[in-house]
Design a protein around this ligand. Structure first.
Ligand code: NAP
Length: 300
């Protein structure tokens, strides 16, 4: 019998992921803190639960994709949390990006109740979640990974078991170093192109297919030059991940110069009230230093 699936957290990412589970034919029960966000999924065939505990009581696999470490702890262990409804033999899959150490602690807490856990953070942005093309980095046992694989295949394209519990989150932090330092390079390069009087779309077109090409350049760089700073991933959530990277590096005694710089630049943008904008608004911090602006809005 196939597992009944519960999905908690219908945010930017969770919405697309849940939609793809439904499209693949899975029976899905949903719970979201802001209840109105469940309505469109009930209309699409999902069942709404009254709480995380109530959801866990009717599902063998519970997936969550919420914001930060305390939010995962709240959803799993809080008053109405998953732990109060879930039965032994069930599987929790955390697809949020949170602390690797907290992940190992939560896994131990669930194991004491006979419940298995995978950490399975994702990359690929809101586009990847909507299209079912996410990269999924999984930590946990081989057997639990095999059990979850059909669900991962409904949501993602590159699905890799990278090690035991917590390893998925550590690989996600590797991913985040690459994302933010790349966005810093994209920002600096576009500012340089603007100052040099270049045609920005043509410049991106010329370099995107070569050695300097990247997802951030093609997707977020292209948005930045038309000053579209709507979030695929907000600065506030990005900064949460940069903080997780720096905390882990601190525990390892590792200096991370470029990531540390990005952390300070995002902090300055948060202080300007821009935390709700997309992570590619990093370019605004450099614009501020250079007293120049990149590109123009389409209707400007
Ligand atoms: P989002 O749009 O802000 O959604 C967050 C979701 O978590 C919402 O459903 C929210 O409920 C719920 N939530 C937050 N705190 C909660 C709490 N204490 N209790 C219960 N529910 C809570 O964020 P997102 O962009 O989907 O990101 C979700 C996770 O995916 C994060 O860990 C993020 O780092 C990761 N991620 C995001 C992206 C991206 O490009 N967006 C890419 C890769 C990974 P409400 O609806 O009630 O607010």
């Amino acid at each position: 019998m196939t597992d009944r699936v519960g999905f908690i957290g219908l945010g930017i990412m969770g919405r697309g992921m849940t939609r793809n589970l439904l499209n693949a034919g899975h029976a899905v029960t949903v719970w979201n803190r802001t209840a109105a966000r469940m309505e469109e999924f009930v209309a699409a065939g999902a069942t709404a639960a009254a709480s995380p505990a109530a959801l866990a009581a009717v599902c063998e696999v519970v997936i969550l994709c919420v914001s930060d470490t305390p939010d995962v702890e709240q959803v799993l262990l809080g008053e109405q949390g998953v732990i109060h409804g879930i039965r032994p033999g069930s599987l929790v899959i955390d697809m949020s990006t949170i602390s690797p150490q907290a992940t190992r602690d939560l896994a131990a807490r669930l194991a004491a109740q006979g419940v298995a856990m995978l950490d399975a953070p994702v990359s690929g942005g809101s586009e990847g979640a909507a299209r079912g093309t996410l990269s999924i980095m999984v930590g946990g046992s081989e057997a639990d990974f095999a059990r979850a694989l059909p669900l991962f295949q409904a949501m993602g394209k590159t699905i890799t078991r990278v090690g035991e519990q917590g390893a998925g989150q550590l690989v996600k932090l590797v991913n985040q170093i690459l994302v933010v330092v790349n966005m810093l390079a994209v920002s600096e390069a576009l500012l340089f192109a603007q100052a040099g009087g270049l045609d920005l779309p043509k410049t991106i077109q010329a370099v995107a297919g070569g050695a300097a090409g990247s997802w951030m350049l093609s997707n977020r760089g292209t948005q930045a030059i038309v000053r579209d700073f709507r979030p695929g991933f907000t600065i506030d959530l990005q900064q949460k991940d940069v903080r997780l990277v720096l905390e882990a590096a601190d525990q390892m005694g590792l200096p991370l110069l470029a990531t540390g710089m990005v952390y300070q630049l995002y902090r300055s943008l948060q202080q300007q009230g821009l935390g709700h904008e997309g992570n590619h608004a990093l370019i605004k911090a450099l614009e501020h230093l250079a007293l120049r602006q990149v590109g123009a809005a389409p209707d400007a």
